[in-house]
Ligand binder design. Structure first.
Ligand code: KG4
Ligand code: ZN
Length: 365
């Protein structure tokens, strides 16, 4: 039996500085002992998006204190920690350098092993920390930087079944909000406006619906929103609400088609899975109630278990990074050498091709 393990996790790949202490009990159960996240939302909101230089500086300022808080909050000293896990990609390179170098320094000074973690693997394995989910399962990551459907076969074994060929879904929400004059981040603003809008007023496109491949595309939808808005400008509050509601409906219909096909493929490839088939959602867009409902209905229809971890574990955090390190450690996987370098691009599935048009903001998750 694997012994009790305790890891310090560090996350700095985008605009959240985070540190966490997580343990893995001998029976394989994970437990978050402390989990601190400092969002840089305010620093970036004036610019309508994340500014890499500002993000990197903010990580430098906050990280030491956050790590101390995570240790104190867990009631442990560095000496009680078995290993350090730090995000080393994908993401904004300045932030990754800050987190990974801090992780290396702590590991080197304390003589502990270092695990350089793929941020996407953190998202992919979270459901095992929260729900003890067994492999294989499907994971939908919908954030500001990624829209991916991933088959999670095991630790380190990922197959990308679908990805966006242009904008990420969160990005589409953010751009829609921006062109309607709504505040950043756009997702929550669009959802709020949509609540009192008429979703049938604008017939917006449902990109990729009906296509056999499992990829996504959202830039055409964004263009259609711009055209609809321009055609009726100046916009009243009700117009904005109607556009937001119509946009959300188009997104939901698209997801229903894309993910529905993904669930079917999973059932074909894995007709017998212990505990039944499951779909896990991660990323900031998972906060959207209509999208959650769509996914829940889809899972009910296909008899999948739908797992949406608590929101603070869906968005960027260090507990998932610590947990990914624990999973590796428990399997006896080698720690990383101190030569390991941060990587702004680091696909989970090394076989997956970069799709044309993808990659403008494609590095962050
Ligand atoms: O995972 P996340 O917190 O971080 C990064 O991608 O960095 O995701 C943020 C994204 C943003 O694009 C934001 O607009 C979107 O998630 N988002 C939402 C909602 N809340 C956040 N999108 C739709 N509806 C929401 N309620
Ligand atoms: Zn992320």
């Amino acid at each position: 039996m694997t012994p009790f393990l305790r890891i310090l996790g560090i996350e700095t790949s985008c605009d959240e500085t985070a540190a966490s202490v997580v343990v893995r009990h001998a029976d394989g159960r994970g437990e978050i002992i402390s989990d601190v996240v400092l969002s840089q939302l305010e620093e970036h909101s004036a610019y309508g998006g994340v500014v890499p230089e500002i993000a990197a500086r903010a990580h430098v300022e906050a990280l030491d204190t956050l790590i101390e808080e995570a240790l104190t909050g867990a009631g442990v000293a560095l000496a009680d920690i078995d290993a350090i896990a730090a995000t080393s990609g994908p993401g904004l390179i300045g932030g990754l350098i800050v987190g990974l170098m801090t992780g290396k320094a702590i590991a080197m000074a304390s003589g502990k092993p270092l695990y350089a973690i793929n941020h996407l693997e953190g998202h992919a394995l979270t459901a095992r920390l929260t729900d003890g989910l067994a492999f294989p399962y499907l994971m939908l990551l919908v954030s500001g930087g990624h829209t991916q459907l991933i088959l999670v076969r095991g630790v380190g074994q990922y197959e990308r079944w679908g990805t966006t060929i242009d904008d990420a879904l969160g990005e589409a929400f953010d751009k829609t909000a921006k062109l309607l004059g709504l505040p950043y981040p756009g997702g929550p603003a669009v959802e709020k406006a949509a609540a009192h809008g008429n979703a049938d007023r604008f017939a917006l496109p449902r990109p990729m619906v009906g296509e056999a491949r499992l990829d996504f595309s959202f830039s055409g939808l964004k263009t259609a929103v711009r055209q609809a808005a321009t055609a009726i400008a100046p916009l009243s509050e009700q117009d904005i609400a109607d556009i937001c509601a119509s946009f959300q409906k188009a997104v939901s219909r698209t997801l229903k088609d894309r993910i529905g096909r993904g669930l079917q493929r999973f059932l074909e490839e894995f007709p017998l899975v212990d505990g039944g088939p499951s779909l896990v959602v991660a990323g900031g867009v998972a906060a959207n109630q209509e999208i959650r409902r769509t996914l829940q209905d889809l899972c009910d229809k296909h008899r999948f278990r739908f797992i949406a971890p608590p929101l603070q574990l869906c968005t960027d955090n260090a507990a998932m990074i610590a947990w990914a390190g624990l999973e590796r450690m428990a399997l006896g996987m080698e720690p990383d050498s101190f030569d390991t370098q941060p990587r702004s691009r680091w696909p989970l599935d090394a076989q997956a091709q970069t799709l044309i048009g993808f990659g403008k903001r494609g590095a962050k998750a």
